[in-house]
Design a protein around this ligand. Structure first.
Ligand code: AMP
Ligand code: ZN
Length: 112
């Protein structure tokens, strides 16, 4: 996808603060962090959202979770919140699957 922001970051065409790269997944710092650790875990392959990815490639989704854990292990003691927004009404602004890894500070519950 030539015009996809996260495809271009994963390909190295747009600079980012990379923290971890594997054959299929990249992890880089969110440009507008909302926690001491705020890293985006992104598949190199283009999938619109986590539901599309889960349908197309459960193995790749599991690899993204593994990368998220490794980022948290190295940055914030292995504990983290993982967020996938699906659709603009849920706050998804970039239509390429990405997991937000948030950690490094105590977090309140999202749900009551
Ligand atoms: P979402 O709103 O769930 O789609 O998350 C997209 C995230 O991408 C937001 O938290 C943005 O701050 C982040 N973002 C947008 N552009 C960039 C960029 N060039 N480098 C790193 N993070 C970005
Ligand atoms: Zn893409």
């Amino acid at each position: 996808m030539d015009d996809c922001l996260f495809c271009r970051i994963a390909a190295g065409e747009i600079p980012s603060a990379m923290v971890l790269q594997t054959e299929n997944v990249v992890a880089f710092r969110d440009i507008a962090p909302e926690a001491p650790t705020h890293v985006l875990v992104v598949s190199r392959a283009h999938h619109v959202d986590v539901s599309a990815l889960a349908a197309a490639s459960p193995t790749l989704l599991a690899e993204m979770i593994d990368v998220a854990q490794r980022v948290a292990d190295s940055e914030c003691g292995g504990q983290f919140r993982l967020i996938f927004n699906v659709g603009p009404k849920a706050g998804q602004s970039v239509p390429h699957v990405h997991a937000h890894v948030l950690g490094g500070a105590p977090m309140g519950r999202v749900l009551p």
